[in-house]
Design a protein around this ligand. Structure first.
Ligand code: GLN
Length: 448
């Protein structure tokens, strides 16, 4: 069924490769196993999942939306993917995304833009755009994306599905192509919070291959329930009364607040004094980390090497990287190396690290009084295709509500919250203190 739907929806460009024969064969094997020994089947038995093209899967291609990895095949499997397979999942293919997960519209992909299934003239969001559309259009049951500054939650919001970014370190990053290592999180995109919780449960937990992973045991997120008392929920005042937020999104957010109040919860406005510093902090630190992480793509170890005649090794590096990387990736490497350069390091990189700590302190002060922090996932609904291409700064501003969870490392979920007058999906975001994913899931269920 999913393979047929994928064929019927090729214009969406959600998948960069579909593992049709392999998926069929695996389904047959899983059927045989279930018949032979019903007790042996895993928690995700037969669940059809797509993975963003930044997750390693041994023996399969891996491109990160980039031509610099042309011809590359993964040598090992990401821990998260390994655990999905061990639980009986079927991996149906890899999904289109922004180049090296840098973008908010899936338009920086070397493999072309992805289209939003709600309206093909609109983008799906990014960077996990293919992953969100695949769930939206029913091309797989769930997807696994990555979220460095919103890349699971923002496309989930634009496509009307659920996106969960866990606490930093909850899921091993082993086998995830690094964008900004101190921000990157793997996260599920699904039709509902229950599916997302189940996938998180399977993927999360200690892993010897990632020394930043948390050693905490994994809760049963899929069965989490609300505490036996009303919740104390803060909402970001700027999310409902700022001019920069589309009227339909303000109204939908207010309606969700009223819904929670009518269920007996206490919902009160808060402001974040550091709000205007979030994006500069995020973009300084992530480009700095990216410039270092992406230095390994040198034309020697992976993928594309220039065929042009070059004088020496350094010229070969430069030419291969110039040919292999797209404009957004090159822009970010330049920004990052600038922020890390000797004369500007303290002014930008050190300063941004200090602000990062202040953001966490301010967020912690909110969580001293409240269980959750609520806001829209995005200030607008899905952009028009091509709308963001010429103005990178405008594109960066659209990440205003999603980056706080990554700057702090705290978990957040985006759930569908109606549509605007054009029928474009709206997302509502909840943030929680570290390792409170169960509370996010239970609250998301209460909102459904
Ligand atoms: N839009 C943000 C960026 O371009 C987030 C990307 C992400 O989370 N990978 O950096």
């Amino acid at each position: 069924q999913y393979l047929t739907r994928i064929t019927d929806h090729q214009h969406l460009n959600a998948f960069t490769e579909v593992y049709a024969d392999e998926a069929r064969q695996r389904a047959d094997e899983l059927d045989a196993r279930r018949l032979a020994d019903p007790a042996s089947i895993g928690r995700l038995h037969g669940m059809v999942i797509g993975i963003k093209d930044v997750l390693s899967y041994a023996g399969h291609g891996l491109r990160a939306g980039s031509h610099i990895l042309d011809g590359f095949e993964a040598q090992f499997t990401a821990t998260a993917v390994e655990r999905l397979l061990a639980a009986g999942a079927i991996i149906i293919g890899r999904q289109n995304c922004d180049e090296f997960a840098m973008g908010s519209a899936n338009e920086t992909s070397a493999f072309g833009p992805v289209r939003n299934a709600a309206n093909p003239d609109r983008v799906p969001g990014g960077s996990s755009g293919g992953s969100a559309v695949a769930v939206q259009a029913g091309l797989c049951l769930a997807s696994i994306g990555s979220d460095t500054g919103g890349s699971v939650r923002q496309p989930a919001a634009f496509c009307g599905v659920v996106g969960l970014k866990p606490t930093y370190g909850r899921i091993s990053r082993w086998g995830l192509i690094a964008y900004a290592s101190s921000f990157d999180c793997i996260g599920p995109i699904a039709n509902d919070a229950y599916d997302a919780a189940l996938l998180l449960e399977v993927m999360a937990g200690p892993d010897a291959f990632d020394n930043t992973v948390s050693q905490r045991s994994v809760d049963s997120y899929s069965t989490a329930t609300l505490p036996d008392r009303p919740l104390r929920i803060a909402y970001l005042a700027d999310g409902v009364d700022s001019e920069g937020v589309a009227p339909a999104i303000r109204q939908a957010t207010e309606a969700a607040i009223e819904r929670l109040r009518s269920q007996g919860h206490r919902v009160e406005p808060v402001s974040l004094s550091l709000l205007k510093h979030l994006l500069p902090t995020y973009y300084i630190l992530t480009t700095a980390e990216a410039s270092s992480n992406l230095s390994r793509f040198d034309g020697v170890r992976y993928g594309h090497r220039t065929q042009a005649p070059v004088a020496d090794l350094v010229a070969m590096y430069k030419q291969s990287r110039t040919e292999g990387f797209g404009p957004e990736v090159r822009r970010r490497i330049l920004l990052g190396t600038f922020a890390l350069s000797a004369s500007y390091y303290d002014a930008y990189y050190t300063k941004a690290q200090q602000v990062r700590r202040l953001v966490r302190d301010e967020t912690d002060r909110i969580f001293a009084d409240y269980d959750l922090l609520l806001m829209p996932t995005t200030p607008t609904t899905a952009f028009r295709l091509g709308e963001e291409n010429d103005d990178p700064v405008a594109a960066y501003l659209a990440d205003i509500f999603t980056v706080q969870a990554n700057v702090t490392g705290y978990p957040a979920i985006s759930v569908p919250n109606g549509t605007d007058l054009e029928g474009l999906p709206i997302g509502l975001q909840l943030l929680a203190p570290p390792f409170q994913e169960g509370l996010l899931v239970a609250t998301a269920n209460a909102l459904e």
